[in-house]
Design a protein around this ligand. Structure first.
Ligand code: ATP
Length: 288
């Protein structure tokens, strides 16, 4: 029995085993609507860029948004948002810095002395850090917290599916056959944890000629829509290879990127996020 059992209304009738863990100060100060993990099967398909753009799009639609950079060993979220302020540690927990449009960002890079210091930790330590990002970060009030997962089906995605209250997933893929084959593995792995899939996005689906606007499918025919149908996931849309996105991301100005294709994807995602508002009681510790 913990001390909190003395004041619990169920005291005397429960075994004490089913008690949810006591809330930390940071959790008491945080109210998060939905937690959305962004995953890909393969590295380099543009998952972090898409995570950043989804956050930007939801913010432009008026939602309060945060991003947790769960790609602990290869973090890129602070860089593409140009966030250089360190996370602030206060007695209640860690205060995440805010981007220029008001997106709260937490990444291990914001706690390292130098942003290019490598993280040379094994899986269990990384899992512990991720749990602390959940329990010790003062997120405040958010409609959506996006988790930028590392690629693949390794330790970190498994830890997150098992220990964080993820409401659903967005899958990012690209047209290469291999990427699709690998993303199918990731989808099958994620399905074991019975999440909701908010949608699939196909990045780098084509290049548009800047002179004649001809569409060139340089990585082969896009397969995202067919893959989404096969995996029974809502199809959110496709994005071109756009040098402006890469240039603005490198300059830390992803919030300045404008793309009608992305606006449409962001609008569809917001529609999917609004569906299915039933709360899972096991996740109530941080819910509105
Ligand atoms: N649609 C796009 N058009 C042009 N460049 C893009 C596009 N999407 C991503 N990129 C660029 O491709 C590179 C890889 O993107 P990103 O870091 O988002 O991939 P990732 O899948 O998150 O990689 P990782 O394997 O590290 O998780 C970056 O330089 C990014 O700016």
């Amino acid at each position: 029995m913990s001390d909190s059992c003395n004041t619990c209304s169920a005291a005397g009738t429960c075994s004490g085993e089913s008690c949810p863990p006591e809330l930390t100060e940071a959790q008491k100060a945080s109210r998060i609507g939905k937690v959305v993990a962004i995953m890909s099967g393969k590295g380099g398909v543009g998952k972090s860029s898409v995570t950043g753009m989804l956050a930007v799009s939801l913010r432009r639609q008026g939602y309060k948004v945060g991003i947790l950079d769960a790609d602990i060993t290869g973090p890129s979220i602070p860089k593409i948002f140009g966030v250089k302020d360190k996370a602030n540690v206060v007695p209640a927990g860690v205060i995440p810095p805010t981007s220029s449009s008001g997106i709260k960002i937490m990444s291990l890079n914001l706690m390292l002395e130098n942003e290019d210091d490598p993280v040379i930790w094994r899986g269990p330590i990384i899992a512990q850090i991720l749990n602390q990002f959940w329990t010790d970060v003062v997120w405040g009030e958010l409609d959506y917290l996006l988790l930028d997962l590392p690629p693949g089906t390794g330790d970190v995605p498994i830890t997150i599916f098992q220990s964080l209250p993820v409401d659903g997933l967005v899958v990012v893929t690209s047209p290469q056959q291999l990427a699709n084959m690998v993303v199918r593995k990731a989808i099958k792995m994620a399905k074991k944890y019975d999440p909701r899939f908010y949608g699939l996005i196909e990045n780098m689906a084509y290049v548009e000629c800047p002179h004649c606007q001809e569409r060139m499918e340089i990585f082969g025919k896009p397969q995202g829509q067919a893959e989404a149908a096969r995996s029974e996931i809502p199809y959110l849309g496709e994005l071109p290879v756009d040098p402006a996105l890469a240039t603005l991301s490198d300059a830390g100005k992803i919030e300045e990127y404008q793309s009608p294709a992305f606006d449409e994807i962001g609008r569809r995602l917001a529609e999917e996020l609004k569906k299915n508002v039933t709360l899972n009681p096991s996740k109530l510790n941080l819910k509105m």
